[in-house]
Design a protein. Structure first.
Length: 486
């Protein structure tokens, strides 16, 4: 308990929030500046799109690996290493005018996605009991806030004539400040447990995720029915199956498969995957709709800054949800906020399918989507942590985060494919009906996420269940053994 008293929770939370927020922001910050980046690097738009793809591949591979290392070697140590790598990646991207060096920098930046589950583990380890639920909710909510904020910041900086390389310098400064704050303020005595590198587990997991994410993100460009895309999906599925087999055979697996088979963990991860597929595709739909010239019969002709401002209410909604979710977790447990959040998202897409003629309707939808996103993302770590031991916190949340990201990639691909299948005659723009269908599909996926959340076998306040013991441990900050897997 002395360790908890020696920390300054507000200061620690602020520095963890800054670090994770800056990393999420830098992922979407580059999207509006890709044309300028292509010009400065002297490459085509097809080539510069690898700046996004490489970042996503790196995130998918390294998030679970770094989360596992954090649990074994110390979360503060691994978080600091992660922030060093992310900062170095931003500096590389800022200094270089060579494509391959920028890609290395973006790969290093992608490792930063591991910062969120590592920060969740730190909060669970050292924060006072009454601060844990709200702190976890805020950190998780930053995932949604950062995606919209990155687009807004990019628009503001573009208006101020800041170059792409200048934006990378700003990213480097933000994560460097976060690194300094973690080093000074996070007072966490960590012991390194006996650790044996699970090389085959890491290779098979990395290979499988690379194949799946690469296939999803390059499917439109290379053709969904092409041999290379089908081969990537088949190879990815085979490697992930092999990874599951390897993890049950090694003495110290990268990811404990018994933990992953726990019904609460399994249900939460399924909900995370569906939440990513349903909600994260919304950013693409909303941004493209509001930027469509009104001459197409819909849209508002917004520029990058205007599109970013459309997502500004999402931040307010997410922060409101983060403030509310901790109280809900205490009273009814984390499963209901998760289900309510996904139900709110489903209702938002139904609203957009029926009301999209005025720009203000998208501001309303953005705020509602932020409310749903904040409730769902804030409840997930609390629900997940009810069934994992404290020493497995980071890797469990890392896998959850990876599944959410993969789901988001799939959701974006689905939305893009729907819009591409319905275009105006002679104009490379989607029809308004294409958007309506995409909104309804996204809403349908969110409904599936509601069902998945309600099926999670968690019972709040029931003595003797893993879920009841787990949420009390989160609130009270008490360590506990991992529950048995049925």
């Amino acid at each position: 308990m002395s360790e908890k008293r020696s920390t300054h929770p507000t200061a620690v939370l602020l520095v963890l929030a800054l670090s994770t927020f800056a990393i999420v922001v830098m992922q979407s910050l580059v999207l509006p500046i890709l044309p300028g980046l292509a010009t400065s690097l002297h490459v085509s738009m097809a080539d510069v799109s690898w700046v996004v793809t490489v970042n996503l591949l790196s995130a998918a591979v390294f998030t679970p690996i770094l989360g596992s290392l954090g649990d074994a070697l110390g979360r503060k140590r691994v978080l600091m290493i992660t922030l060093v790598l992310v900062t170095a990646g931003s500096v590389l991207a800022a200094l270089s005018h060579t494509m391959w060096v920028v890609l290395i920098g973006r790969a290093l930046q992608g490792m930063g996605f591991a910062a969120m589950p590592l920060a969740i583990g730190i909060v669970r380890s050292i924060f006072p009991a009454h601060r844990v639920p709200a702190s976890l909710a805020l950190l998780s909510a930053l995932t949604g806030i950062g995606a919209g904020a990155g687009l807004l910041f990019s628009g503001l900086l573009t208006k101020a004539d800041v170059t792409a390389q200048g934006m990378f310098w700003i990213s480097a400064a933000a994560t460097a400040i976060g690194l300094l704050g973690v080093a000074v303020l996070v007072r966490l005595t960590e012991t390194t447990s006996k650790f044996t590198a699970d090389v085959w587990g890491a290779l098979t997991l990395a290979g499988g995720l690379v194949c799946i994410v690469l296939g999803i993100n390059r499917g439109t460009a290379w053709g969904w029915g092409s041999g290379i895309i089908l081969g990537l999906f088949a190879g990815g599925a085979a490697l992930l199956a092999l990874w599951g087999f390897v993890e049950t055979r090694v003495r110290q697996p990268l990811v404990d498969m018994r933990m992953m088979r726990n019904p609460v963990v399994l249900g939460t991860n399924l909900t995370a995957f569906l939440a990513g597929a349903g909600m994260f595709g919304a950013f693409v739909l909303v941004l493209q709709f509001v930027q469509t010239p009104s001459q197409a019969g819909y849209g508002f002709g917004s520029d990058v800054l205007g599109a970013g401002l459309t997502l500004l209410p999402l931040t307010a909604g997410t922060l409101a949800a983060a403030a509310l979710v901790a109280t809900l977790i205490r009273r009814v447990g984390p499963r209901w906020p998760l289900a309510i959040g996904m139900f709110t998202a489903a209702g938002t897409f139904a609203y957009l399918a029926g009301f999209h003629a005025e720009h203000w309707e998208f501001y309303v939808a953005s705020g509602l989507l932020g409310l749903g996103l904040g409730l769902a993302m804030g409840a997930m770590p609390a629900l997940l942590n009810t069934s994992v031991a404290p020493e497995k916190t980071s890797v469990a949340n890392s896998v959850n985060s990876t599944l959410r990201s993969v789901g988001g990639s799939i959701g974006t691909a689905i939305a893009t494919a729907i819009l591409a299948s319905r275009t105006l005659p002679g104009v490379p723009l989607p029809t308004v009906d294409g958007y309506v269908i995409a909104f309804l599909v996204a809403g349908g996926i969110c409904v599936l996420a509601v069902v998945a959340a309600l099926l999670v076998p968690y019972r709040h306040g029931t003595t003797g269940t893993a879920g009841a013991r787990g949420v009390e441990d989160i609130i009270q900050g008490a360590p506990r053994p991992a529950p048995a897997v049925s």
